[in-house]
Design a binder for this molecule. Structure first.
Ligand code: MN
Length: 318
């Protein structure tokens, strides 16, 4: 039986409560402020901010709220493995989720077909309620179809910037030695810069980047840029859960990704598979054979292992 304890911020604790509200149970144990029971997992929130997940579904449920890390604690008699989850990154100011924030997030980095997209969105505090009512929440809880519907609403209400890095440009940058981290950092900086200039002279309380690299690495990647946004920039993993602006950005990034996938699917004549699975290899082999290497290269992240795997599939057929 798995037992995971997380230390979570009051804001995330509230989200945990809302998320499991329909499975709530009464527990009068000391220090317990909330308890819920799923068929395979019990969730308990303590006054201390510790949140415990018990049962065979513990890891699945705990992963919704942070990254699972393993650490082995050696005591006198036993080797005990404790899993802790926490969001990595900056400590956010109190009541952060109620502030006026620019959020930014990216998508497409793990997909063989299609672009990398980055979006930044400004959600001022007086629009948080409206954006919530539009159905904006952690994109992991939404499907593509819903995100396609919500995205135009966000765009009509908020100041935003969306950047789509198409495959030809991506492959050129990658060929010059740019890592994905560097490409992402450049795009985030640019998108945030666009939003700041569009909303000028208004200023956000903070800017929150869904963390893909430590602060020092991020700024090292963009050190040669003309304009570098540094003021009030915070980094956190799981940032979608910390401010709705990041959730909105995530939805816009996904929307732009889907639009570009639609365009590429039109070019090849069928729906392109997302991700980087074996199905993707087969599809790549088919495009390679039927439409040539140049076409395939122009719609993929060419350096991914899928290219080699598709090549092997073709060789087998010959
Ligand atoms: Mn992200």
């Amino acid at each position: 039986m798995s037992n995971i304890v997380l230390q979570l911020s009051p804001e995330i604790q509230n989200q945990v409560k809302t998320f499991y509200a329909s499975s709530r149970v009464e527990r009068n144990a000391p220090g317990v402020i909330f308890a819920a029971k799923l068929p395979d997992t019990a969730i308990t929130i303590y006054k201390s901010g510790k949140v415990m997940f018990q049962g065979i579904g513990a890891k699945r449920e705990a992963s919704r709220w942070g990254e699972v890390k393993m650490k082995t604690v050696t005591s006198n008699h036993t080797n005990q493995t404790i899993q802790t989850i926490q969001t990595k990154g900056d400590t956010l100011p109190e009541h952060f989720s109620t502030m006026s924030v620019i959020g930014s997030d990216e998508t497409g980095t793990g997909d063989y077909f299609g672009p990398i997209t980055v979006a930044a969105v400004y959600v001022p505090k007086d629009k948080i309620e409206l954006i919530t009512e539009l159905g904006v929440k952690d994109s992991k809880m939404l499907n593509d179809c819903i995100m396609r519907k919500i995205a135009p609403d966000i765009m009509s209400v908020c100041t935003y910037s969306i950047l789509t890095l198409r495959n030809d440009k991506y492959n050129t940058l990658q060929g010059k030695g740019y890592s994905q981290g560097k490409i992402k950092a450049l795009l985030h900086n640019q998108a945030i810069k666009h939003v700041l200039s569009k909303m000028d002279p208004e200023k956000p309380d903070y800017i929150l980047i869904d963390q893909f690299a430590e602060r020092s690495i991020y700024y090292n990647h963009i050190k040669n840029e003309k304009e570098i946004v540094r003021e009030k920039v915070l980094f956190s993993t799981k940032a979608e859960q910390l401010h709705i602006a990041v959730a909105a950005a995530s939805i816009l990034a996904r929307y732009a990704f889907l639009k570009e996938m639609d365009r590429l699917s039109e070019i090849v004549g069928f729906d392109l598979q997302k991700g980087a699975s074996g199905k993707v290899d087969e599809m790549a082999a088919r495009i390679w054979l039927e439409q040539g290497q140049d076409t395939l290269k122009s719609i993929t992240k060419w350096h991914f292992a899928n290219t080699e795997k598709a090549k092997k599939l073709i060789e087998k057929k010959r």
